[in-house]
Design a protein around this ligand. Structure first.
Ligand SMILES: NC(=O)c1ccc[n+]([C@@H]2O[C@H](COP(=O)([O-])OP(=O)(O)OC[C@H]3O[C@@H](n4cnc5c(N)ncnc54)[C@H](OP(=O)(O)O)[C@@H]3O)[C@@H](O)[C@H]2O)c1
Length: 315
């Protein structure tokens, strides 16, 4: 099969078109013909070797954890899907090797979901990883709901743009931090206020808009931005980081819950998200679709850190 893969860690130039053996559906797996593969920042982080101490890797390594496509073969004891069904998945597997930047991918059926009927494949491939991340972060206690305020950092990005919509769906007031180009975009997603981090320190704007402090921070930035989040969250509130581990001492001192979430594949959560998509309560913003052969260009753009919504590859 045609695929894009790396044979060693490094820059975008390491992504090479290769002809690799077609995968087979193993026990409990389905073989999916990839119609579209989502691009996530984790793809370039894997290419550069950032996750090598966290997960086992093997070469040649085909990146890509998000897929939408059709089921073409059922492995032994795989019973959840029929051949030809349109499916989507956050296809993170125990070993980082056979991803979605390819014509075919074998995925454990337990983490595959039926694609929402309203989505095109390019749209569906853009959803799983980022939307599952936002959902699994926002579900942390104390529950968000009417009367609560959520702050979303990097609100125009893959995770953030789903986070804004999910927090809004939960009934919370949503403050969204984004650059000047994305102010209207995040307001259109349902944010109650957009904060332009290039005009002023976003924490000053939060102080002004919500002097009593926010209940929840979805931190998709990490570093100094995460540290500042401790200044604007109420005692009893929560910070969820997806880039770096929050400072546990600072959390104790400020009496806030703070943790790191690493999104888990889940067909139940995917089904929940699919329901929201089909009922018009969650949408995805696909900024650009690249041919698979241009995966290096897509990763360069992702790595530059200012993609609105999502990028997608089509083989
Ligand atoms: N732990 C996990 O399970 C998990 C899961 C998914 C993602 N992540 C990580 O979380 C991070 C975000 O992921 P993503 O997919 O959402 O990334 P992304 O789509 O690449 O995020 C790009 C967005 O970030 C915004 N941005 C950049 N600098 C900003 C700043 N200083 N303040 C506010 N917004 C800023 C940009 O908006 P502007 O152009 O308007 O600045 C752009 O829309 C990545 O590091 C990713 O690896 C972790």
């Amino acid at each position: 099969m045609r695929a894009i893969a790396i044979e060693e860690f490094g820059g975008p130039e390491k992504l090479k078109p290769m002809t690799l053996p077609e995968p087979k559906a193993g026990r409990g797996e389905v073989l999916v013909r990839v119609v579209a593969a989502g691009v996530n920042p984790v793809d370039w982080k894997i290419r550069e070797g950032w996750l090598r101490t966290m997960l086992p890797h093997a070469f040649p390594l085909v990146p890509g954890w998000d897929v939408a496509g059709t089921v073409e073969e059922l492995g032994e004891s795989a019973t959840r899907f029929r051949k030809g069904e349109r499916v989507w998945a956050y296809a993170r597997k125990p070993v980082v090797q056979w991803g979605a930047y390819a014509e075919w991918i074998a995925v454990p059926e337990a983490i595959v979901g039926k694609m929402p009927s309203k989505l095109l494949f390019e749209e569906a491939a853009s959803v799983p990883l980022a939307a599952l991340t936002a959902l699994q972060c926002l579900r942390r206690e104390p529950a968000l709901g009417p009367g609560k305020t959520a702050l979303v950092l990097a609100s125009a990005g893959g995770v953030g743009h789903f986070g804004v919509q999910l927090a809004r769906n939960a009934g919370a007031r949503v403050l969204a931090v984004a650059g000047p180009r994305n102010q209207e975009f995040v307001l259109g997603l349902g944010a109650d206020a957009a904060i332009d981090y290039t005009r002023e320190d976003w924490s000053d704007a939060v102080d002004r808009l919500c002097p009593e402090g926010v209940d929840f921070v979805l931190d998709a930035l990490g570093g100094e931005d995460q540290r500042k989040a401790f200044d604007i969250v109420k005692p009893g509130g929560r910070i969820v980081g997806i880039v770096g581990d929050p400072d546990a001492d600072l959390a104790r001192k400020r009496e806030v819950a703070a943790d790191f979430v690493f999104a888990e594949p889940s067909s139940e959560d995917l089904a929940f998200l699919g329901g929201l998509v089909d009922s018009g309560r969650l949408r995805t913003e696909v900024t650009k679709v690249f041919p698979l052969a241009d995966a290096h260009e897509a990763q360069k753009l992702s790595q530059a850190g200012h993609v609105r919504g999502k990028l997608v590859l089509v083989p």
